[in-house]
Design a protein around this ligand. Structure first.
Ligand code: FES
Length: 164
């Protein structure tokens, strides 16, 4: 992941996070809980946020980082207003979902795992969303788009560009 959107946490977010750390620091398994809360507050877990948590719990940054990168529920990069997730599960992959992903990346000028500078879109890949009959599939937020061809991608993205 080479491109990180700028981190601009507010003092209010930091205050909230510190309160969560204070409340839960003695709970067993508190690191997971705090990370989940922190992701709720910031939307993602950049190094700056991990540092606050490490300092608050008096543990090393590498310990926090190890947990963040181990669990896929945690994200080091910000997510867009519209989260695109292209399914690279087997059924979708054999029907060419890698080409769909390529086209989405091309249309938005970013790579999988990144978000656009205007914050409107982010792209991720996922494994099987349970709609294999519609392969190849991508999701945008909670909406499923199936039987895709690369040609259909632009039109679908345009719909989300209009409703800002
Ligand atoms: S593999 Fe894509 S929905 Fe199942």
């Amino acid at each position: 992941m080479d491109k990180h959107c700028k981190f601009c946490g507010t003092a209010e977010q930091e205050q909230k996070l510190k309160a969560v750390i204070e409340e839960s620091r003695d709970m067993p398994g508190c690191l997971m809980h705090i990370l989940q809360e922190a992701q709720g507050i910031y939307g993602f877990l950049p190094i700056e946020v991990q540092k606050i948590i490490a300092e608050g719990l008096n543990i090393s940054l590498s310990e926090v980082y190890g947990v963040v990168t181990f669990y896929s529920q945690f994200s080091l990069t910000p997510k867009g207003k519209n989260r695109i997730s292209v399914c690279l599960g087997t059924a979708c992959y054999v029907k060419g979902s890698d080409k769909i992903l390529e086209e989405v990346e091309k249309q938005l000028g970013i790579k999988c795992g990144q978000c656009t500078e205007d914050g409107l879109f982010s792209i991720d890949s996922c494994r099987c969303v349970g709609a294999c009959g519609l392969a190849p599939v991508m999701m945008i937020n909670d909406e499923v788009y199936g039987k895709l061809t690369p040609k259909m991608v632009k039109g679908i993205l345009d719909k989300y560009r209009e409703v800002k």
